[in-house]
Design a protein around this ligand. Structure first.
Ligand code: 0O2
Length: 223
C-alpha cells in the first residue's frame, strides 16, 4: 500500500480497512527506522573500537569525529519520488542505500583509506559498493569516500542484514561539503553560478592542502 494521504471516506466515516492498512504501514515504518538506528550503533561501535585500539598501540587516532543520522522521512520520500519508486516501507529497504548514514571525519587523507580497509576486512561486514570521490572528485568539487555496507543486527527473534552508507572524509572535505550542501538544497540563492565556481576553487585548494598536510606530517615523523 502507498503510505500516504489517500483516505477513503464512506459517508462521513473513514473506511476502517484503509485506516488499518495505514496504521500497519506506519508501525512498519517505525520498526524499520529503529532497525536502521541499531545498525548505525553497530557501525559506530566498530569505528570506536578501531580508534581506541590504534591510540593504545601508539599510533595516532585516525578518526577525529563520527556523525550519524537516520534520513528524515521527508528526504526518504523525496528520493523515492525522484527515482520513480513506490512510497512504501518495502520500497525504502529495496531502493535506498543511505537511510542509515555514518560520517567518519579523519585528520589525514591516508587515514581515510586505513579506516575503510579496517572495516572492509571485518568478517561480519559485506561491502556492497564503494564510490571513491577522492580519487575521482565530482565536477562540483565534492570529495569523500563512500561505502555501502551490509551489517547483521540481532533482534529478539530475527537477524536482519541492514544497509548503512559510510562516508569517510577529511576535516577540510567535511567543512566544504557542509557548505556546498546548503547551496544544493536551498531553493533560491542569488548568483548561484558564481558561488558554485568559488566552491570549486575552494575544493581544489582544500585537496592541495590535504596533500601538503600529509607530506608535512610524514616529514615530521621522518617517514
Ligand atoms: P543527504 O541530504 O546528505 O542525505 P546511492 O545512495 O548509491 O543509491 P546516490 O544518492 O546518488 O546513490 O549516491 P552518492 O552519490 O554516493 O550520494 C549519497 C550522498 O553523498 C548524498 O546523499 C550526500 O550526502 C552525499 N553527496 C553526494 N554528492 C554530493 C555533493 O555533490 N555535495 C554534497 N555536499 N554531498 C554529496 P543525498 O541523499 O543526496 O543527501
Amino acid at each position: 500500500m502507498e503510505v500516504g494521504l489517500q483516505r477513503t471516506f464512506v459517508g462521513d466515516e473513514i473506511a476502517p480497512v484503509r485506516v488499518k492498512e495505514f496504521l500497519d504501514e506506519a508501525d512498519e515504518f517505525s520498526l524499520l527506522m529503529m532497525r536502521y538506528n541499531c545498525a548505525i550503533r553497530e557501525v559506530r561501535t566498530k569505528l570506536e573500537v578501531l580508534n581506541d585500539e590504534l591510540s593504545v598501540i601508539g599510533q595516532h587516532n585516525p578518526i577525529e569525529a563520527i556523525k550519524s543520522r537516520v534520513k528524515k522521512s521527508e528526504s526518504i520520500a523525496d528520493k523515492l519520488l525522484r527515482r520513480g519508486k513506490p512510497l512504501t516501507v518495502e520500497s525504502i529497504e529495496t531502493n535506498l542505500n543511505d537511510v542509515a548514514g555514518v560520517r567518519v571525519i579523519c585528520s589525514f587523507m591516508d587515514d581515510i583509506y586505513q579506516v575503510a580497509r579496517m572495516l572492509a576486512v571485518q568478517d561480519d561486514i559485506t561491502v556492497l559498493e564503494v564510490k571513491d570521490y577522492i580519487k575521482h572528485p565530482k565536477t562540483n568539487g565534492y570529495r569523500s569516500y563512500h561505502m555501502i555496507v551490509e551489517i547483521p543486527v540481532f533482534f529478539s527473534d530475527v537477524k536482519r542484514s541492514m544497509r548503512v552508507e559510510i562516508q569517510i572524509r577529511t576535516i577540510a572535505m567535511d567543512f566544504w561539503s557542509t557548505l556546498e550542501h546548503q547551496v544544493r538544497y536551498k531553493k533560491a540563492i542569488p548568483n548561484t553560478e558564481f558561488i558554485v565556481g568559488r566552491l570549486k576553487e575552494c575544493s581544489d585548494t582544500i585537496a592541495k592542502t590535504d596533500r601538503e598536510m600529509m607530506e608535512i606530517r610524514n616529514y615530521i615523523q621522518g617517514s
